[in-house]
Design a protein around this ligand. Structure first.
Ligand code: ADP
Ligand code: X2W
Length: 298
């Protein structure tokens, strides 16, 4: 066991006096935290994240965790010799792939995070959007410009879904009993088909339906970076759209920023993209005066 850090009583008082007003602001509020597959990294990082989530619960905040697992899905698909491709930041998901996606997300990653949170003293419940019909989805569609012909084409993404409806019955029950929901981004269609949903999009839909006070998206970069790879601490929706259009924001950052815009439109008060690999990223963001990543605002 490591010794507790040596903090003088004066420093302790300073830290507490800075944190207290923030804690009061979030009292009994819901905060949705999306934990990306890249942010998870090593076991110790995920365990430290779990301890911070339990601390939120102990300070009368209602944390709801949505996790990703893109890199972990990729590793499993590779091991099984299944090819995987992306279009517009989304995994093209055929019948063989959706089986593996569900196994990795709702099986191994979900239960691992639940285990870490419970080990840290919390009571986590691991579910996916299919449970209790929590998240229903429709088939996602995207168009892409063919690089040879320059003609716009509709890409068939297979079993990829876009959230259509979030039923809060089950989530509100869990929150009411001070249980910590840990959600894997899978959803069902009206006909019972399982859909793979981008974890950022899923988190945005859940945060929007819950009218969460904050949505935190934890990734593996410090936030949105400009062309010279410098952190942009604050970004308006208008400027974010410009950065997507001119290609500064690309790949996996596109669904993240689009999620932030959607969540703001749905009434979530604050949305932030932060570096989930940074020690205590969640606590620093919520309980200190200086934010750490990119705050997106209207
Ligand atoms: N302007 C940008 N600022 C920061 N990251 C960007 C930007 N444009 C593209 N990215 C990429 O987006 C990635 C984050 O998205 P993604 O890999 O999907 O993460 P996660 O697994 O956390 O959802 C970064 O690692 C980076 O490579
Ligand atoms: C449709 C789609 O792309 N789904 C994602 C779901 C996981 C995810 O989003 O994980 P990260 O947050 O770690 O990227 C996938 O299959 O990779």
């Amino acid at each position: 066991m490591t010794d507790a850090p040596d903090i003088s009583p004066l420093d302790q008082a300073r830290i507490l006096s800075e944190a207290l007003p923030h804690m009061q602001q979030y009292d009994e509020e819901t905060i949705v935290i999306k934990y990306g597959g890249h942010a998870m990294g090593a076991e110790e990082t995920a365990k430290a994240f779990a301890r911070d989530i339990v601390l939120l619960e102990q300070t009368a905040i209602n944390p709801v965790v949505v996790h990703g697992g893109g890199p972990q899905i990729a590793t499993m698909l590779k091991r099984l010799g299944i090819q995987s491709e992306f279009a517009a930041g989304l995994r093209i998901t055929d019948a063989a792939t959706i089986e593996i996606v569900e196994m990795v997300l709702a099986g191994s990653i979900n239960k691992q995070l639940v285990g870490y949170i419970n080990e840290a003293g919390g009571k986590a419940v691991g579910l996916c959007g299919k449970d209790g019909n929590m998240v229903s989805a429709v088939k996602a569609t995207r168009t892409m410009v063919d690089p040879d012909s320059h003609i716009e084409k509709v890409v068939d993404l297979g079993f990829v879904g876009e959230p259509e409806k979030v039923d809060l019955t089950l989530l509100n029950q869990l929150i009411g009993y001070e249980l910590i929901p840990v959600l894997a981004p899978l959803a069902t269609s009206r006909t019972g088909q399982t859909f793979n949903v981008n974890a950022d999009t899923f988190a945005g839909a859940v945060a929007g339906a819950l009218k969460a006070k904050r949505l935190l998206l934890l990734t593996d970069v410090p936030g949105v970076l400009d062309k010279s790879k410098k952190l942009i601490p604050e970004l308006s929706v208008k400027d974010a759209r410009k950065l997507i259009a001119d290609g500064t924001i690309s790949g996996g950052m596109i669904p993240k920023v689009e999620t932030c815009i959607y969540a703001l439109e749905q009434g979530v008060e604050g949305v932030v993209i932060i570096d989930g690999k940074m020690q205590h990223a969640v606590l620093l963001e919520l309980f200190t005066n200086q934010g750490t990543g990119t705050l997106i605002h209207k």
